[in-house]
Every structure is written in structure tokens, then in C-alpha cells.
Design a protein around this ligand. Structure first.
Ligand code: NDP
Ligand code: GDR
Length: 493
């Protein structure tokens, strides 16, 4: 049987070039490398996708990641941080591309992290949020159902659900049984995705888990989210690069943890005997004011009141006032506990932003202070011709004076060395399986294309050499999701 692949879906060119090995020869339905678990991650270019890709690679997985758009500038970052990753072109709004990604990767585990994840943006682009964050879940589940010939029990599925679903909270702390009352188009879309995940588990026997994750942050957080917006501004203010910071509601409270800890919980959910839903949180809540205390305190500023302004533009049409999760079930069943506390997290982010901003400033300083090339003195003007016909031959020009040697470039100010990031200790052995048991070959896998080597595309967009490719995403991108970068404009609300 000929491998089936939807037209237009290919492994990205740079990813294909970087594959550690060619796809092993397999007959339809037969995988030769059953001992190497495979994971497909949507949203691999985001904050969590990068941490999860690193985690799974370290655990010996073959990692496949879905990337969207043409010449996505984040591809290079993923390839650098997740060596050996195989990137597949696809989009959560495009079902055929998702079916193709499943067929090519033949995953044991699928982590659906892709979404429009910025709550503030979800009012401005509510339809896109619904399509991506909500309907995107349906499409990934359908891709798994279609590629699996209705047998959904063989691939384990993780859905990135959110504490935003609790919204106007009905009880505190929030747990798995707390009713939902979402307060934003994003929250509504996530609630749709959550219930679909539960429904596919109940309808098709899917091994589908929903992680109700509370806010988790890191130096890789997009600059539009309040933690990173604050830590970046604090770094810039302390370096004299920015005067003040403008925010919205300072009274809301969130349960903030470290993203590196939270991806471990996602993985643990898929190693259980049975699929289930889990709240993942620290159990501690802080206000934006406390976040400001911690961030400014890290650079020795005790009173930040004169440095922080408020602007109605950054307030939301409907706010989620207080979130705090009860992670008891995750602790008891998954053996998961958060490692990095609030103060340590904020210190980690401020320090990373300080290093980044100092480096960017030094680079700018170098460019700005490089001496201009010496201006050549004007050539002597020949004397006006005497009345009468112009001379047939121009008079000889005097030789220009030798160019002065440019002065040596000034040495840039020394960069402050970033303090070492705290390394979270490794988690204890989870109570259940660590290595995936080999699963019986799916009947669907027998009929589907087992990782065919993608044919060369007619006009391959190179992710490495495209001259049009920007070197960094715009500063106000809805979700930077990249390692800290020196963007300069104000983040969006
Ligand atoms: P990010 O915003 O950093 O990453 C979002 C990812 O989704 C990016 O890789 C982005 O790709 C991708 N994406 C967006 N639109 C599409 C699309 N149409 N097709 C395919 N991919 C798309 O989010 P996080 O890493 O912080 O969060 C991961 C997931 O967890 C999200 O679903 C988020 O809603 C959810 N979540 C996050 C929490 C948190 O505190 N971080 C808490 C609870 C839930 P690109 O880079 O190309 O834009
Ligand atoms: P959140 O995170 O909406 O909880 O969603 P965000 O950091 O955007 O906002 C947290 C709180 O801070 C208040 N706030 C501001 N927020 C931003 N972004 N910018 C500001 O200037 C500002 N001023 C005050 C907000 O009003 C809010 O109360 C995050 C995302 O990662 C979601 O994808 C995820 O599902 C939830 O966390 C759990």
C-alpha cells in the first residue's frame, strides 16, 4: 500500500537535514523501533513546548514537533534546544495537516500544547482563539481517531487545559471537581477543549488526560504575560534603559509556578494506568503587587510606587480575580510536587532578563559608538576656466591627502555575568511506568504510512537561510515563547 500523506504536509527542510538517522525500513503497521517511545508535541515553539521537548529528549523519546507558518523564526530555537527533534509543518486550524503529522510521527504520546494562549488577545481575536484553542483540540482528537481507525486507546493524549476555566471561582482552592465559569473567550475555548477530551475518553476509550494547569512561568515566557512584562521592565529600569512600567489590574492574584516543573506533571499523567484529569499548581497565591515587590526587590528597589503606572488599556473586560489550586491529587497519584517557589522563580526571571538586556545594550552601544569612517576631504575645485574654449585636457588633480587611521573602537562596558539559574532537582521515580510498554500494533498503523521519507518539495522554504526571515519575533507577538530576547517595545495587555 502506498503511504498516504496529505498534499503539502512535509517534514520541514532543516529538520529533515538534521535527522539523526533516516527512517527505518518498516512494513505498513510494523514499527521496528518499538523500544524508542515517540511523542508528538503541538506548540513546541512555545514556553512549555520547549521545556517538554527537552524533558522527553532527555528521557530517550524521539520527539516530533508541529510548527506552523512559513519560515517560522522559532524553528531555529527549537532545533537548538531540542537536538534531534523532527519538525513537521502543520496548523491546529487545518485537519489534513494534523492527520499527516500523526501518520508521519506514529506517536505513542501526543501533547496538545498549541493554542492562542494570551487571555488579553482572546477578546480582540475571539474567533481565531475559538478556532485554535477550542476547535484545535477537536481537530487533534479527530486526527488521532481517523489515523487510528476509530481505535483511540493506543495513543496517549494530553490536553493543555487551564485554571482560566475556573474563572469566577465557585470555591477556593480550585480542584478537579470545581465547576467552571470561564471569563474570557480563551477560557471558554479551553473549557470546550477540556470537555471534548473527557468526551473522547468516554466515547471512544481514548487514553486522554486533561491537565488543569495554573499559571507557570520561566525566562522563556512571552513578554506579553504579566510576570515577564514585569521582570523585563525591572531589568531595563535597573540598567537605566527604561523609566517606568505601565500595567493594568494590580489586585488580581495568581498561583504561579515554574514551567520546567509543570511539564514533568504532563508527562507523568501519560505514564499512568488509566487516563484522568489533574490540577497542577503550587497551592500558593500572590497578587501582582507581591510580584512587583519580588521583582523590584531583586534589583534592590524597595519602593516601586513611583515607577509603576496604571492604564485602563491593560484592564480586561472581565477579570479572574483570584486563582489558587489544590494539587493534592497530582501529588498523591502522580508523585508530583513543584520544586521552584515564587521568590526563586521571580529571581530567576529577573536575573535572566538582566543578563539579556545588558547584553543587548552592550551590543547597541558598540554599534552606536563605532567611529564613523573618516570623511574624505573634498577634492580641490579646479580654477574656473578662462574665457574662451574649455581646455581639451582637464588640469591634473592634486592627490588627496592620505586617510587618517581610524581610532581604535572603544571597549564595551563589561557585561554583568548572569547568576547561575537554579537547577530544579530531579523528580522522584513516578509510581507507575517509566518506559512505555510496547503496544500491540494498531490496525490503523498497519494501513497507514509508517513514517515515509518525505519527498523533496518543489520550492522548499529553508528555515535556515531565508533572507526574509526575521531574526527574532516582533516584541509584541502574542506569544514569544522563546528564550529571553531583547525586544524593546512595550508588551501588550
Ligand atoms: P505559548 O503561548 O508560549 O505557546 C503557544 C504555542 O501554540 C506556540 O508554539 C504557538 O506557535 C502555538 N500555536 C498557536 N497557534 C497555533 C496554530 N494555529 N497551529 C499550531 N500551533 C499554534 O504557551 P505556553 O507554552 O505557555 O502554554 C502551552 C499550552 O498550555 C497552551 O495551550 C496554553 O493555553 C496552556 N496553558 C498555559 C499555562 C501557562 O501558564 N503557561 C497555564 C495553563 C494552560 P507559534 O510559536 O508559531 O506562535
Ligand atoms: P493569565 O496571565 O491571564 O492569568 O493567563 P497574564 O500574565 O496575562 O495575566 C495575569 C494577571 O495579571 C493582570 N495584569 C496584567 N496582565 C498582563 N498580561 N499585562 C498587564 O499589563 C497586566 N496588568 C495586570 C491580568 O489582568 C491578570 O489578572 C495565563 C496564560 O498563560 C494562559 O494561557 C493560562 O491558561 C493561564 O495563565 C492559566
Amino acid at each position: 500500500m502506498q503511504p498516504r500523506r496529505p498534499a503539502g504536509l512535509t517534514e520541514t527542510d532543516s529538520s529533515r537535514r538534521r535527522r539523526r538517522r533516516p527512517p527505518p525500513p518498516v512494513r505498513p503497521g510494523e514499527r521496528k523501533d518499538e523500544d524508542v517511545p515517540r511523542a508528538l508535541i503541538t506548540g513546541i515553539t512555545g514556553q512549555d513546548g520547549l521545556y517538554l521537548g527537552e524533558l522527553l529528549t532527555a528521557k530517550g523519546y524521539e520527539v516530533f514537533g508541529l510548527v506552523r507558518g512559513q519560515s517560522n523564526p522559532k524553528v531555529a530555537v527549537v532545533e537548538r534546544l531540542v537536538p534531534g527533534v523532527v519538525l513537521l509543518e502543520g496548523d491546529l486550524t487545518d485537519l489534513p495537516s494534523l492527520i499527516g503529522a500523526v501518520e508521519i510521527s506514529q506517536p505513542d504520546e501526543v501533547y496538545n500544547l498549541g493554542a492562542i494562549s494570551f487571555v488579553g488577545l482572546s477578546w480582540k481575536q475571539a474567533e481565531l482563539t475559538g478556532e485554535t484553542t477550542g476547535m484545535g483540540v477537536l481537530r487533534v482528537l479527530e486526527a488521532l481517531r481517523i489515523a487510528g481507525g476509530n481505535d483511540m486507546s493506543r495513543v496517549r493524549f494530553y490536553q493543555a487545559s487551564s485554571s482560566e476555566m475556573f474563572g469566577k471561582v465557585r470555591e477556593t482552592p480550585q480542584r478537579e471537581t470545581t465547576p467552571f465559569h470561564p471569563r474570557s473567550p480563551y477560557g471558554v475555548a479551553k473549557t470546550f477543549g477540556h470537555y471534548l477530551t473527557v468526551n473522547y475518553r468516554e466515547s471512544y476509550g481514548a487514553f486522554a488526560c486533561s491537565g488543569l494547569l495554573f499559571n507557570h512561568e520561566s525566562p522563556r515566557r512571552g513578554i506579553e504575560f504579566v510576570t515577564r512584562k514585569i521582570t523585563r521592565a525591572v531589568a531595563r529600569i535597573s540598567l537605566g534603559l527604561q523609566d517606568s512600567l505601565t500595567l493594568g489590574n494590580l489586585e488580581s492574584r495568581r498561583d504561579w509556578g515554574f514551567a520546567g516543573d509543570y511539564v514533568e506533571a504532563m508527562w507523568r499523567m501519560l505514564q499512568q494506568e488509566t487516563p484522568d484529569d489533574y490540577v497542577v499548581a503550587t497551592g500558593v497565591t500572590h497578587s501582582i503587587r507581591e510580584l512587583l515587590d519580588a521583582a523590584f526587590g531583586r534589583v534592590g528597589i524597595g519602593d516601586w510606587s513611583g515607577l509603576v503606572k496604571q492604564d485602563p488599556r491593560f484592564f480586561r473586560p472581565a477579570e479572574v480575580d483570584v486563582l489558587v489550586g489544590d494539587p493534592s491529587k497530582a501529588r498523591e497519584v502522580l508523585g508530583w510536587t513543584p520544586r521552584v517557589g515564587f521568590e526563586e522563580l521571580i529571581a530567576m526571571m529577573v536575573d535572566a532578563d538582566l543578563a539579556l538586556e545588558a547584553e543587548a545594550a552592550a551590543r547597541e552601544h558598540l554599534t552606536a559608538t563605532a567611529p564613523p569612517l573618516p570623511v574624505r576631504p573634498p577634492l580641490p575645485v579646479p580654477p574656473p576656466p578662462p574665457d574662451g574654449p574649455a581646455p581639451a585636457v582637464a588640469p591634473p588633480r592634486s592627490a588627496p591627502p592620505p586617510r587618517p587611521t581610524p581610532p581604535p573602537r572603544p571597549t564595551p562596558p563589561p557585561r554583568p555575568a548572569p547568576p547561575p539559574r537554579p537547577t530544579p532537582p530531579s523528580h522522584p521515580t513516578p509510581p507507575t511506568r517509566r518506559t512505555l510498554p510496547s503496544r500491540p500494533a494498531s490496525p490503523s498503523h498497519r494501513t497507514l504510512a509508517p513514517r515515509p521519507a518525505p519527498p523533496p518539495r518543489p520550492t522548499p522554504p529553508s528555515h535556515r537561510s531565508s533572507p526574509d526571515r526575521p531574526t527574532a519575533p516582533p516584541a509584541d507577538a502574542p506569544s514569544a515563547g522563546l528564550p529571553a530576547q531583547g525586544a524593546s517595545s512595550e508588551a501588550r495587555p
